[in-house]
Design a protein around this ligand. Structure first.
Ligand code: SIN
Length: 187
């Protein structure tokens, strides 16, 4: 699959006739909501786990030297915490552009802190996309991230902002926090 997912995402018209849609964010969408939203609430989704396994050609790296950003990997029984935004479907024009490097809109059950659930969308970069980098140890990932930079800034800042945002949500994610520790130790 080509890494540019805009066309595929625009044919995903599932929620187009709705006035509003819940979008679940688990990476930069937690700390950088550069779109208007009606409401936002901490939330989680089940059976997925966050990993720095996606290459970034357009935000935190370049096509020649991709950075590493998060995607979700299927993990039965696991859960991923993040932020849900209630948005109008028009916002997908901007969001599809922002997430175009491999991320597809998928339908998901979003669970809020009070236990209520809503069907919504999440952007996931699956392993078939050409920008997918796949697994590596947390130390290797940190070494890669330390040397990456792209149009949206330094790759390290993506990690530090995400780790801070998770702490503000009172959540722990050992994968993210371990990478952060390596980066802060300078190892
Ligand atoms: C997300 O934040 O939900 C998707 C990945 C990213 O844009 O960092």
């Amino acid at each position: 699959m080509h890494a540019n997912t805009i066309t595929i995402n625009q044919s995903m018209d599932e929620f187009d006739n709705h006035n509003s849609v819940w979008l679940f964010g688990y990476g930069s969408l937690i700390y950088n909501a550069d779109f208007p939203f009606i409401e936002k609430k901490p939330a989680r989704i089940h059976h997925w786990t966050r990993r720095f396994w996606q290459g970034s050609h357009d935000h935190r790296g370049t096509p020649e030297k991709p950075g590493r950003v998060v995607t979700l990997i299927e993990a039965p029984g696991d859960r991923c915490e993040g932020m849900a935004y209630l948005i109008t479907p028009e916002e997908f024009t901007h969001l599809d552009q922002r997430e175009k490097n491999g991320y597809l809109r998928l339908k998901v059950d979003i669970i809020f802190q009070d236990g209520s659930e809503k069907e919504g969308l999440v952007y996931i970069a699956e392993e078939e996309n050409t920008a997918f980098l796949g697994p590596a140890s947390e130390q290797e990932i940190a070494n890669h991230i330390r040397h990456s930079v792209g149009p949206s800034g330094k790759n390290i800042d993506y990690v530090l902002h995400l780790a801070d945002a998770l702490r503000k949500l009172n959540e722990t994610d050992e994968h993210v926090f371990e990478i952060e520790r390596y980066l802060l130790q300078g190892k």
